[in-house]
Ligand binder design. Structure first.
Ligand SMILES: C[S@@+](CC[C@H](N)C(=O)[O-])C[C@H]1O[C@@H](n2cnc3c(N)ncnc32)[C@H](O)[C@@H]1O
Length: 313
């Protein structure tokens, strides 16, 4: 995984985030979904702030080039949080290096502790139990985890979170994606869903391969049930992908007419509300609120292991 995103370098950021000179323009290919995800992040930040909290702790698991954490920290500061502690980690050292550069202006601001580190989501996280107000794991980070490891990863995300988790993955019926780069920069794409394996040959001849699992809505919700109260599980972008700027069928300058955009937004809303359709969206969004008893019961499960261990020694 690390190699794939190391190799992708700046290509991933420009594909995923578009022009970031305005952080909140959401000009990437997935602009519609980005807008919606951002509205959800904002709603959670407001909720925390309205509870009169002035401290905020955030974790971005698989943060890529750090754009989401940058948006979040800038906004949290504007909302009046006076102590913000944020950590982004990613298995790709190249993406972490980009995140550090992208966010270098923020780290020195008073009250902000922003850190990026190389780390693997399949290993134990360094965060203490229930230390994080808002955990992000956005855009297919979980799709790169081997299905056998997903329950442990979900439990670990649940362990460190005391507030909410916002995550998105690719559902089983989504459009083809090369993940590391825009699909129009791809010469050949092979995604074997049985083996959760994706091979990509980029237009410049570069070859890369990585694990890539597509989720059903049921699979995604059962992964986090018991740990989180699932407030939202919905499909994002049933239609907008068709109209996204893509030189293969929508040449530059052919922006979506406003009236059509309005109608599409209405359609997206009605489809998103229907769980039967969410497997066919381009993204699947899950928002979970940590259940009060979840960590305690998890601890109970872990304790016997410790006892057995000390007895056997
Ligand atoms: C499609 S990108 C999403 C990046 C970022 N979350 C965003 O929304 O732009 C997926 C990211 O997951 C990271 N990743 C994959 N497997 C990981 C793992 N086991 N631990 C940490 N990061 C991982 C990749 O390196 C890549 O940066």
């Amino acid at each position: 995984m690390a190699k794939a995103y190391d190799l992708s370098g700046a290509t991933y950021g420009s594909y995923a985030d578009g022009d970031t000179s305005d952080l909140f323009r959401f000009s990437g290919t997935h602009g519609y979904a980005d807008h919606h995800v951002w509205a959800c992040v904002m709603a959670k930040l407001s909720e925390i702030r309205l509870s009169r909290a002035t401290r905020l702790s955030v974790l971005d698991a698989g943060c890529g080039p750090g754009t989401w954490l940058k948006r979040l920290v800038v906004t949290a500061k504007e909302m009046g949080f006076i102590e913000i502690s944020a950590r982004g980690f990613d298995v790709s050292a190249e993406q972490i290096q980009r995140a550090r550069v992208n966010c270098r202006d923020l780290s020195s601001l008073p009250g902000i502790r922003l850190e990026f580190s190389v780390g693997d989501l399949t290993e134990a996280l360094p965060e203490a139990d229930e230390s994080i107000d808002l955990t992000l794991c956005l855009y297919s980070v979980l799709s790169h985890i081997a299905p056998a490891d997903l329950p442990l990863v979900a439990r670990e995300l649940g362990r460190v979170t005391r507030g909410c988790l916002i995550t998105t993955v690719r559902p089983v019926g989504s459009m083809p994606s090369a993940l590391v780069a825009s699909i129009d920069e791809v010469r050949r794409l092979l995604h074997d869903q049985q083996r959760n394996w994706c091979e990509v040959e980029l237009a410049d001849g570069c070859l890369t391969a990585f694990s890539f699992h597509l989720f059903s809505t049921d699979e995604m919700s059962s992964l986090f049930e018991g740990m989180f109260d699932i407030e939202v599980i919905e499909g994002l972008d049933f239609f907008h992908g068709r109209f996204a700027a893509d030189p293969r069928w929508n040449p530059k300058g052919h922006d979506l007419p406003h009236a059509l955009a309005r109608e599409l937004a209405k359609l997206e809303k009605s489809f998103a509300a229907n769980r039967e359709y969410s497997d066919h969206a381009n993204h699947l969004l899950l928002i979970g609120r940590k259940l009060a008893h979840a960590s305690r019961s998890d601890q109970r499960q872990r304790q016997p292991k410790l006892t057995l261990h000390s007895v056997s020694r």
